[in-house]
Design a protein around this ligand. Structure first.
Ligand code: 6OG
Length: 158
């Protein structure tokens, strides 16, 4: 049996830039990624997305401004846990990104992303995000660097 854990992942956009954070510790350390983490018991997914973004880079966003654009599932060989990851984006936010204990934020031009220092699945699904598609993806990893197989498809609605 696979244990499912729900995570959030938020991408903040500004003109043709996207905000990524360099993860300083824990899972995905030394990779650039969006901001997010585990949904706590009794917390809604949207509330978790807003909380994690604020904790990790100091920005505040409103629930109604977050667009849910993807549902991603990650499994890792030998791990009994499936990471069920809900991806959001917004271009409406308050504040200026700040470095925190967990993340070092930085704006990137969307055509100059540091894919070599990101999760390998990002290269595959970021193009869907930039085309404003809604999509579902499932990635099966061996270790943290190798994708054994994956499926991705556009969705009509989330
Ligand atoms: P914490 O451990 O920081 O939550 N995450 C992934 N993001 C991408 N782009 N690719 C993956 O491929 C990922 N696996 C996990 C979900 C972990 C954060 O990392 C994201 C969460 O936002 C395997 O609490």
């Amino acid at each position: 049996m696979v244990l499912r854990k729900v995570y959030t992942l938020v991408f903040v956009r500004k003109e043709n830039q996207i905000l990524l954070g360099y993860k300083k510790r824990g899972f995905g350390m030394n990779k650039w990624n969006g901001f997010g983490g585990k949904v706590e018991p009794n917390e809604s997914i949207l509330d978790a997305a807003i909380r994690e973004l604020n904790e990790e880079c100091g920005l505040t966003v409103e629930t109604t401004d977050l667009k849910n654009l993807a549902h991603l599932e990650f499994t890792f060989t030998g791990e009994p846990v499936m990471m069920d990851c809900r991806v959001f984006s917004t271009n409406i936010f308050n504040g200026t990104p700040i470095e925190t204990e967990e993340m070092l934020p930085r704006w990137f031009q969307i055509d100059q992303l540091p894919f070599d220092n990101m999760w390998p699945d990002d290269r595959i699904w970021f193009p869907y995000m930039f085309k404003n598609k809604l999509f579902y993806g499932k990635f099966n990893f061996n270790g943290v660097d190798t994708i054994l197989n994956y499926k991705i498809r556009e969705l009509e609605s989330m």
